[in-house]
Ligand binder design. Sequence first.
Ligand code: SAM
Length: 246
Amino acid sequence: MTSSELWTRATADRYDAEEAENSSHAALEPALTFLAELAGDGRALEFAIGTGRVGVPLRERGVPVAGIELSEPMAAVLRGKADEDALPVTIGDMATTVVPGEFTLVYLVYNTISNLLTQDEQVECFRNAARHLAPGGRFVIELGVPPLRFLPPGQAAVPFDVSDRHLGFDTFDLVEQLLVSHHFTREGEDGHYRRGASRHRYAWPAELDLMARIAGLELEQRVADWDGSPFTDDSAKHISVWRKPA
Ligand SMILES: C[S@@+](CC[C@H](N)C(=O)[O-])C[C@H]1O[C@@H](n2cnc3c(N)ncnc32)[C@H](O)[C@@H]1O
């Protein structure tokens, strides 16, 4: 039983079109280069592989990729792009599901560790990554830095996207370390907006380092983006790499 919300058929059917900008060759190139280098000659396992936005092009680069995905509708969209032999996907929870074999790389991108809504499950996710790694293998996470510096006392919401097509803002439960991302997305030209919301557990990089340590992994690298730019006070997100000791 997982705390993650289950991604529905309707969400899966919309996902690739809504993420088109972040799925282009140009947008993905730095991430694919980063991940392919870490995978080396070994195999990669993507936790929460979704519709294969990253996994499919990484496979096309010659890296053998497997995936774990909770939502059958999301995995079904991936299946339209790559068959089971080319890219095996196991339906299950990334915190607990075990797949056969050993991997030089396990990766979990696009803020998705935050879909696990409890600290215990996030720790289990690190342990599950470590379980799948060969000695010397890496676990990579892409995650936003909690935007709490934008939340002055008395203010409940932080906008993250204000455009004609989409209004997005987060609201926070600071006691439970949870946030809700609210989305109003324009559909068609009649001025109609669809409302959506998703719940997340946010975590600071230092908390993730502690989870990694519990799982027997060591921090190797933290950068601000896939291009390797330095992580600073003002970074809005981070790419973190933990290594399983050889
Ligand atoms: C933002 S999408 C990311 C998909 C893909 N990794 C990408 O970069 O496009 C989040 C995905 O995480 C999956 N997910 C959420 N909780 C999960 C869990 N506990 N175990 C496995 N997959 C999960 C969702 O079903 C969804 O496909």
